[in-house]
Design a protein around this ligand. Structure first.
Ligand code: UFG
Length: 326
């Protein structure tokens, strides 16, 4: 059986990945420190509660299992926090990732899938953003992701460690079967916050700026379903296992939706009125981020199944209502 280590498998995207890998027939081992994830989100496989800073535990883990590949989802993801506490981001997202990579090299594990981000591009020079777009991250979070991408290229050269970097645009939605979903604490992402305003859990949603150079003045993003992201991981893994070279792909649907459109579709999906308060712009928010994912479609045969925003929001709503009913 092919054995995969999923680091950060108790988190939002990682937990959906674990489910998909198990369904596909892989043996799965999850490593997570539960700083942002939940033990009950890991629906199967072996679970190791540990931190990537703990090198002795990592060494024991790699001695205990013969991993065929590693997927790495464990990172801090809040842009604003990364500006206030860069050391926290560089320590976890870079230094701890190096511990993982060095342990892999030492134990001859050489297939790696990395969760990268659209944040590596910084302020877009053009949209849709393809893989060639200049990388000029404008915050420590984005810099941590871009630095690891470059380090991976060095590790390929030096140690033949093959990697695929997947640059997510706006991960959204939830398990179509309603078993898993997004549980960040604190929650900062638009869709879950809009849905909490719909359910009455929050009094309103604050719209961060209405004076952008977009059709309705609100920021435009490319929302991509969490299961479609996981599908891209699975295809990337299969690619590496069959001998493919290292690569990086942008993952989005190629279609942008404004904050206002997200609120409108959420009202339609939930049948509730969503109170909106217009707030200040959030520092560091580009007006428009939309992916060109043609490369992933060509090279990985990736074909998103849940590209429709209404479907993405419906799945997120199914999860949100389930959480509220305990
Ligand atoms: N927004 C609001 N109100 C809120 C929350 C968000 O108006 O309460 C707006 C934001 O200003 C932005 C859009 O909704 O225009 C989406 O915001 P999110 O916080 O949901 O997502 P981001 O686009 O800021 O961030 C995502 C990922 C990051 C990644 C970034 C890449 O979550 O990890 O894309 O640029 F870094």
């Amino acid at each position: 059986m092919t054995t995969i280590l999923v680091v950060g498998g108790a988190g939002y995207i990682g937990s959906h990945m674990v489910k998909m890998l198990l369904r596909t027939g892989y043996q799965v081992i999850v490593l997570d420190n539960l700083s942002g994830g939940y033990r009950d989100a890991v629906i199967g496989g072996d679970f190791v509660w540990a931190d990537l800073a703990d090198r002795p535990t990592l060494a024991r883990l790699f001695k205990g299992y013969q991993f065929d590949g590693v997927m790495h989802f464990a990172s801090f993801i809040e842009v604003g926090e990364s500006v206030r506490h860069p050391g926290k981001y560089y320590q976890n997202n870079i230094a701890n990732t190096l511990n993982l990579l060095d342990t892999m090299v030492k134990h001859d594990v050489n297939k790696f899938i990395f969760s990268s981000s659209a944040a590596i591009f910084g302020e877009p020079q053009y949209t849709p953003i393809d893989e060639q777009h200049i990388k000029h991250p404008i915050n420590p979070y984005g810099r941590s992701k871009w630095l690891i991408e470059q380090i991976l290229s060095d590790y390929d050269h030096a140690h033949q460690l093959k990697s695929i970097c997947l640059r997510y645009f706006n991960a959204a939605g939830a398990d179509p079967e309603g078993q898993l979903g997004e549980r960040h604490s604190p929650e900062t992402h638009l869709i879950p916050l809009v849905l909490r305003a719909a359910s009455g859990q929050h009094s309103h949603i604050t719209m961060f700026g209405q004076d952008y150079q977009t059709t309705d003045g609100t920021c435009v993003r490319d929302y991509v379903h969490v299961n479609d992201l996981c599908q891209a991981h699975l295809l990337s893994l299969e690619h590496l296992l069959s001998g493919a070279n290292s690569a990086a792909y942008n993952l989005g649907n190629g279609q942008g939706f404004s904050v206002q459109q997200v609120i409108d579709v959420s009202q339609e999906v939930t049948g509730r009125e969503i109170p909106v308060v217009i707030g200040e712009r959030r520092p560091g928010d580009p007006a428009k981020l939309v992916a060109d994912s043609k490369l992933a479609q060509q090279k990985l045969a990736w074909s998103p199944q849940y590209a429709d925003l209404k479907t993405i929001i419906s799945h997120a709503w199914q999860w949100e209502t389930r959480c509220q009913n305990g």
